[in-house]
Unconditional design. Structure first.
Length: 333
Protein backbone atom coordinates (compact mmCIF):
# COMPACT_ATOMS: atom_id res chain seq x y z
CA UNK A 1 0.00 0.00 0.00
CA UNK A 2 2.85 2.36 0.90
CA UNK A 3 4.55 1.66 -2.45
CA UNK A 4 1.32 2.41 -4.31
CA UNK A 5 0.98 5.72 -2.48
CA UNK A 6 4.57 6.59 -3.38
CA UNK A 7 3.90 5.84 -7.04
CA UNK A 8 0.71 7.91 -6.95
CA UNK A 9 2.60 10.84 -5.45
CA UNK A 10 5.36 10.50 -8.02
CA UNK A 11 2.94 10.62 -10.94
CA UNK A 12 1.09 13.54 -9.35
CA UNK A 13 4.32 15.52 -9.00
CA UNK A 14 5.31 14.62 -12.54
CA UNK A 15 1.95 15.88 -13.76
CA UNK A 16 2.47 19.17 -11.93
CA UNK A 17 5.91 19.53 -13.49
CA UNK A 18 4.56 19.04 -16.98
CA UNK A 19 1.68 21.42 -16.33
CA UNK A 20 4.03 24.08 -14.98
CA UNK A 21 6.26 23.80 -18.03
CA UNK A 22 3.39 23.73 -20.46
CA UNK A 23 1.43 26.60 -18.96
CA UNK A 24 3.65 29.22 -20.54
CA UNK A 25 4.19 27.50 -23.86
CA UNK A 26 0.91 26.16 -25.22
CA UNK A 27 0.88 26.31 -28.99
CA UNK A 28 -1.94 26.57 -31.51
CA UNK A 29 -4.27 24.25 -33.39
CA UNK A 30 -6.66 24.27 -36.33
CA UNK A 31 -9.91 23.50 -34.54
CA UNK A 32 -12.92 22.44 -36.62
CA UNK A 33 -10.76 22.14 -39.74
CA UNK A 34 -10.88 19.53 -42.50
CA UNK A 35 -8.24 16.96 -43.40
CA UNK A 36 -5.91 17.92 -46.24
CA UNK A 37 -5.59 14.22 -47.18
CA UNK A 38 -1.92 14.77 -47.94
CA UNK A 39 -2.69 17.36 -50.63
CA UNK A 40 -0.24 19.96 -49.35
CA UNK A 41 2.95 17.96 -48.98
CA UNK A 42 5.05 20.98 -47.94
CA UNK A 43 3.27 21.31 -44.57
CA UNK A 44 5.74 20.09 -41.94
CA UNK A 45 4.95 18.38 -38.65
CA UNK A 46 7.68 19.46 -36.21
CA UNK A 47 8.36 17.40 -33.08
CA UNK A 48 10.90 18.46 -30.46
CA UNK A 49 12.06 16.72 -27.30
CA UNK A 50 13.54 18.39 -24.24
CA UNK A 51 14.62 16.57 -21.04
CA UNK A 52 12.83 19.19 -18.95
CA UNK A 53 9.69 19.67 -21.02
CA UNK A 54 9.31 16.18 -22.52
CA UNK A 55 8.13 17.39 -25.92
CA UNK A 56 6.46 19.94 -28.15
CA UNK A 57 4.63 19.91 -31.49
CA UNK A 58 4.55 22.70 -34.06
CA UNK A 59 3.88 23.18 -37.74
CA UNK A 60 6.06 24.63 -40.47
CA UNK A 61 6.40 24.95 -44.24
CA UNK A 62 9.06 23.52 -46.55
CA UNK A 63 10.33 26.47 -48.62
CA UNK A 64 13.35 24.77 -50.21
CA UNK A 65 14.45 21.14 -50.37
CA UNK A 66 16.24 21.43 -47.00
CA UNK A 67 14.70 24.48 -45.27
CA UNK A 68 11.59 24.67 -43.06
CA UNK A 69 10.03 28.00 -42.06
CA UNK A 70 8.32 28.22 -38.67
CA UNK A 71 8.23 30.57 -35.65
CA UNK A 72 11.03 31.38 -33.24
CA UNK A 73 8.73 30.42 -30.36
CA UNK A 74 8.43 26.95 -31.89
CA UNK A 75 12.15 26.49 -31.30
CA UNK A 76 11.83 27.22 -27.57
CA UNK A 77 10.84 24.72 -24.87
CA UNK A 78 8.50 25.20 -21.92
CA UNK A 79 11.40 26.13 -19.63
CA UNK A 80 12.34 28.99 -21.98
CA UNK A 81 15.44 27.23 -23.25
CA UNK A 82 16.21 26.62 -26.91
CA UNK A 83 15.64 23.12 -28.21
CA UNK A 84 18.73 21.27 -29.38
CA UNK A 85 18.17 20.73 -33.12
CA UNK A 86 19.56 17.22 -32.71
CA UNK A 87 16.44 16.44 -30.67
CA UNK A 88 14.10 17.77 -33.36
CA UNK A 89 12.43 15.79 -36.11
CA UNK A 90 10.47 17.13 -39.06
CA UNK A 91 7.89 14.93 -40.76
CA UNK A 92 6.26 15.19 -44.17
CA UNK A 93 3.54 12.57 -44.07
CA UNK A 94 5.27 9.44 -42.76
CA UNK A 95 8.76 10.52 -43.86
CA UNK A 96 10.91 11.82 -41.02
CA UNK A 97 13.94 14.11 -41.30
CA UNK A 98 16.46 15.27 -38.72
CA UNK A 99 17.24 18.91 -38.05
CA UNK A 100 20.79 20.14 -38.64
CA UNK A 101 20.49 23.66 -37.28
CA UNK A 102 17.97 26.26 -36.11
CA UNK A 103 18.11 29.96 -37.00
CA UNK A 104 16.34 33.04 -35.61
CA UNK A 105 16.47 36.78 -36.26
CA UNK A 106 18.56 39.04 -34.03
CA UNK A 107 15.42 41.18 -33.58
CA UNK A 108 13.56 38.39 -31.77
CA UNK A 109 13.17 38.64 -27.97
CA UNK A 110 12.40 35.58 -25.84
CA UNK A 111 8.81 35.49 -24.64
CA UNK A 112 7.72 37.98 -27.31
CA UNK A 113 5.58 37.63 -30.43
CA UNK A 114 7.47 40.35 -32.33
CA UNK A 115 9.79 39.18 -35.13
CA UNK A 116 8.63 35.66 -34.37
CA UNK A 117 10.41 33.93 -37.24
CA UNK A 118 12.49 30.75 -37.21
CA UNK A 119 14.21 28.47 -39.71
CA UNK A 120 15.12 24.81 -39.43
CA UNK A 121 17.94 23.58 -41.66
CA UNK A 122 17.44 19.87 -42.32
CA UNK A 123 20.29 17.36 -42.22
CA UNK A 124 19.33 16.06 -45.65
CA UNK A 125 17.31 17.36 -48.57
CA UNK A 126 13.68 16.32 -49.05
CA UNK A 127 13.13 14.71 -52.47
CA UNK A 128 10.31 16.08 -54.60
CA UNK A 129 8.66 12.65 -54.44
CA UNK A 130 8.09 13.28 -50.70
CA UNK A 131 7.26 17.00 -50.59
CA UNK A 132 7.18 19.95 -52.98
CA UNK A 133 8.40 23.24 -51.43
CA UNK A 134 6.01 26.18 -51.42
CA UNK A 135 7.10 29.65 -52.50
CA UNK A 136 6.68 32.88 -50.56
CA UNK A 137 4.04 35.19 -52.03
CA UNK A 138 5.34 38.69 -52.84
CA UNK A 139 2.02 40.16 -53.98
CA UNK A 140 -0.15 42.52 -51.97
CA UNK A 141 -2.44 41.06 -49.30
CA UNK A 142 -5.45 43.22 -50.06
CA UNK A 143 -8.24 42.80 -47.51
CA UNK A 144 -10.60 41.13 -47.56
CA UNK A 145 -8.65 38.30 -49.17
CA UNK A 146 -9.52 34.62 -49.05
CA UNK A 147 -6.86 32.29 -47.69
CA UNK A 148 -6.57 29.00 -45.85
CA UNK A 149 -4.36 27.69 -43.07
CA UNK A 150 -2.93 24.17 -42.75
CA UNK A 151 -1.64 22.77 -39.48
CA UNK A 152 -0.87 19.64 -37.48
CA UNK A 153 -2.45 20.84 -34.25
CA UNK A 154 -4.86 18.91 -32.06
CA UNK A 155 -8.29 18.84 -33.70
CA UNK A 156 -10.59 18.05 -30.76
CA UNK A 157 -10.81 18.00 -27.00
CA UNK A 158 -9.55 14.39 -27.07
CA UNK A 159 -5.99 15.78 -27.32
CA UNK A 160 -5.08 13.68 -30.35
CA UNK A 161 -2.82 14.93 -33.10
CA UNK A 162 -4.04 14.27 -36.67
CA UNK A 163 -2.24 12.00 -39.14
CA UNK A 164 -2.51 14.63 -41.86
CA UNK A 165 -2.55 18.41 -41.83
CA UNK A 166 -5.91 20.04 -41.13
CA UNK A 167 -7.04 22.94 -43.31
CA UNK A 168 -9.46 25.77 -42.60
CA UNK A 169 -10.65 28.79 -44.57
CA UNK A 170 -9.73 32.26 -43.29
CA UNK A 171 -10.02 35.82 -44.51
CA UNK A 172 -7.13 38.28 -44.39
CA UNK A 173 -8.34 41.44 -42.65
CA UNK A 174 -7.70 45.14 -43.02
CA UNK A 175 -4.82 46.55 -40.97
CA UNK A 176 -7.22 48.72 -38.96
CA UNK A 177 -8.90 45.61 -37.54
CA UNK A 178 -5.51 44.12 -36.69
CA UNK A 179 -4.80 47.20 -34.54
CA UNK A 180 -7.14 45.70 -31.95
CA UNK A 181 -3.86 44.40 -30.51
CA UNK A 182 -1.73 47.48 -29.65
CA UNK A 183 1.57 45.67 -30.27
CA UNK A 184 0.59 44.77 -33.85
CA UNK A 185 3.39 45.54 -36.34
CA UNK A 186 1.98 46.14 -39.82
CA UNK A 187 5.45 45.97 -41.40
CA UNK A 188 5.99 42.31 -40.50
CA UNK A 189 2.54 41.01 -39.50
CA UNK A 190 -1.05 40.71 -40.69
CA UNK A 191 -4.18 39.20 -39.17
CA UNK A 192 -7.00 36.94 -40.33
CA UNK A 193 -10.17 35.36 -38.99
CA UNK A 194 -12.43 32.42 -39.76
CA UNK A 195 -14.92 29.94 -38.34
CA UNK A 196 -12.11 27.61 -37.27
CA UNK A 197 -9.67 28.58 -34.54
CA UNK A 198 -5.92 28.18 -34.14
CA UNK A 199 -4.64 26.38 -31.08
CA UNK A 200 -2.30 23.70 -29.73
CA UNK A 201 0.14 22.34 -32.32
CA UNK A 202 -0.47 24.92 -35.06
CA UNK A 203 2.15 27.49 -34.16
CA UNK A 204 4.07 28.09 -37.39
CA UNK A 205 1.19 26.81 -39.55
CA UNK A 206 1.32 28.25 -43.09
CA UNK A 207 -1.43 30.59 -44.28
CA UNK A 208 -1.81 30.13 -48.03
CA UNK A 209 -3.27 32.17 -50.86
CA UNK A 210 -4.20 30.66 -54.19
CA UNK A 211 -4.60 31.34 -57.88
CA UNK A 212 -7.41 28.89 -58.77
CA UNK A 213 -7.17 29.46 -62.53
CA UNK A 214 -3.52 28.42 -62.57
CA UNK A 215 -3.94 25.82 -59.80
CA UNK A 216 -1.24 27.51 -57.74
CA UNK A 217 -0.78 28.21 -54.04
CA UNK A 218 1.78 30.38 -52.27
CA UNK A 219 2.85 31.11 -48.71
CA UNK A 220 1.54 34.40 -47.27
CA UNK A 221 2.28 33.95 -43.56
CA UNK A 222 2.95 31.62 -40.64
CA UNK A 223 0.76 31.46 -37.53
CA UNK A 224 2.27 33.37 -34.61
CA UNK A 225 -0.40 34.16 -31.98
CA UNK A 226 -4.09 34.84 -31.39
CA UNK A 227 -5.84 37.82 -29.76
CA UNK A 228 -9.25 37.73 -28.10
CA UNK A 229 -11.83 40.49 -27.74
CA UNK A 230 -10.15 41.62 -24.50
CA UNK A 231 -6.97 42.37 -26.49
CA UNK A 232 -5.06 39.56 -24.80
CA UNK A 233 -2.41 37.87 -26.92
CA UNK A 234 -1.67 34.20 -26.33
CA UNK A 235 -0.52 31.00 -27.97
CA UNK A 236 -3.51 29.11 -26.61
CA UNK A 237 -6.79 28.84 -28.46
CA UNK A 238 -9.95 30.70 -27.64
CA UNK A 239 -13.55 30.08 -28.66
CA UNK A 240 -14.17 33.83 -28.67
CA UNK A 241 -16.07 34.74 -31.85
CA UNK A 242 -14.05 37.95 -32.07
CA UNK A 243 -10.70 36.17 -31.89
CA UNK A 244 -8.13 37.19 -34.49
CA UNK A 245 -5.18 35.11 -35.64
CA UNK A 246 -1.92 36.95 -36.30
CA UNK A 247 0.68 35.81 -38.80
CA UNK A 248 4.25 36.72 -39.61
CA UNK A 249 4.23 38.21 -43.13
CA UNK A 250 6.60 35.94 -45.05
CA UNK A 251 7.30 38.46 -47.83
CA UNK A 252 8.80 40.86 -45.27
CA UNK A 253 11.23 38.12 -44.22
CA UNK A 254 12.14 36.72 -47.66
CA UNK A 255 15.42 38.67 -47.97
CA UNK A 256 16.44 37.69 -44.45
CA UNK A 257 15.61 34.04 -45.15
CA UNK A 258 17.77 34.12 -48.27
CA UNK A 259 20.74 35.64 -46.43
CA UNK A 260 20.39 33.47 -43.34
CA UNK A 261 20.15 30.17 -45.21
CA UNK A 262 22.32 31.05 -48.25
CA UNK A 263 19.46 30.08 -50.54
CA UNK A 264 18.94 31.98 -53.80
CA UNK A 265 16.22 34.60 -53.27
CA UNK A 266 14.52 34.02 -56.61
CA UNK A 267 14.10 30.31 -55.87
CA UNK A 268 11.91 30.86 -52.79
CA UNK A 269 9.54 33.65 -53.91
CA UNK A 270 6.68 34.09 -56.38
CA UNK A 271 4.23 36.71 -57.59
CA UNK A 272 2.05 34.10 -59.35
CA UNK A 273 3.27 35.27 -62.78
CA UNK A 274 3.34 31.97 -64.66
CA UNK A 275 5.05 30.39 -61.67
CA UNK A 276 4.85 26.85 -60.35
CA UNK A 277 3.74 25.74 -56.91
CA UNK A 278 7.32 25.37 -55.78
CA UNK A 279 10.91 24.88 -56.86
CA UNK A 280 13.99 23.33 -55.33
CA UNK A 281 17.10 25.30 -54.45
CA UNK A 282 19.43 26.02 -57.37
CA UNK A 283 22.47 24.62 -55.62
CA UNK A 284 22.00 22.65 -52.43
CA UNK A 285 25.74 22.32 -51.82
CA UNK A 286 26.07 26.11 -51.52
CA UNK A 287 22.93 26.44 -49.42
CA UNK A 288 24.14 24.29 -46.50
CA UNK A 289 25.54 26.41 -43.69
CA UNK A 290 29.25 25.96 -42.98
CA UNK A 291 28.92 24.70 -39.42
CA UNK A 292 32.00 22.44 -39.49
CA UNK A 293 34.11 25.33 -40.76
CA UNK A 294 33.39 27.33 -37.63
CA UNK A 295 31.26 29.99 -39.32
CA UNK A 296 28.37 29.12 -37.03
CA UNK A 297 28.62 28.04 -33.41
CA UNK A 298 26.10 26.47 -31.05
CA UNK A 299 22.86 24.61 -31.70
CA UNK A 300 20.86 27.81 -32.28
CA UNK A 301 22.24 30.70 -34.30
CA UNK A 302 21.09 34.32 -34.35
CA UNK A 303 21.22 35.86 -37.83
CA UNK A 304 21.50 39.64 -38.12
CA UNK A 305 18.45 40.96 -39.96
CA UNK A 306 20.37 43.54 -41.99
CA UNK A 307 23.83 42.05 -42.63
CA UNK A 308 23.18 38.32 -42.43
CA UNK A 309 26.08 37.85 -39.98
CA UNK A 310 25.66 35.18 -37.30
CA UNK A 311 26.32 34.61 -33.61
CA UNK A 312 25.41 31.80 -31.17
CA UNK A 313 22.27 32.21 -29.07
CA UNK A 314 22.58 32.12 -25.30
CA UNK A 315 20.22 29.73 -23.55
CA UNK A 316 18.51 30.83 -20.36
CA UNK A 317 16.12 29.10 -17.99
CA UNK A 318 13.49 31.44 -16.56
CA UNK A 319 11.23 28.85 -15.01
CA UNK A 320 12.91 27.80 -11.70
CA UNK A 321 9.66 26.18 -10.51
CA UNK A 322 10.07 23.46 -13.12
CA UNK A 323 13.63 22.78 -11.93
CA UNK A 324 12.48 22.55 -8.30
CA UNK A 325 9.69 20.12 -9.17
CA UNK A 326 12.10 18.01 -11.21
CA UNK A 327 14.45 17.90 -8.19
CA UNK A 328 11.65 16.55 -5.98
CA UNK A 329 10.85 13.94 -8.61
CA UNK A 330 14.43 12.68 -8.41
CA UNK A 331 14.19 12.56 -4.62
CA UNK A 332 11.05 10.43 -4.91
CA UNK A 333 13.08 7.69 -6.54
Amino acid sequence: MFILLQLFALFAILGLALAAAASGNDNMRVYNGNSSNGKYSFVANIESIDPMYMGKNCTGALISDHLVLTTANCLMSGGHTWFNPQLMSVMFGKDKYKAHQALISDKYTQGSFAHNIGLIVLSSSVPSSVAQPVKIYLGNLNAPMDAFVAGYGITSDKMKYPDSAQIASMSILDKQKCLMYPQFDSTTEFCASGKSSLCMGDEGAPLLVSNPKAHLVALAGIASYVVDSNKNAAKVCSHDDDQLAYFEMCSSWAQWISRASLVDYSSIVTNFAADGIASESDDYSQAVLNVDGGAVEGPLTVINTESGSSKPAHCSITNPASLLIAFYILLAF
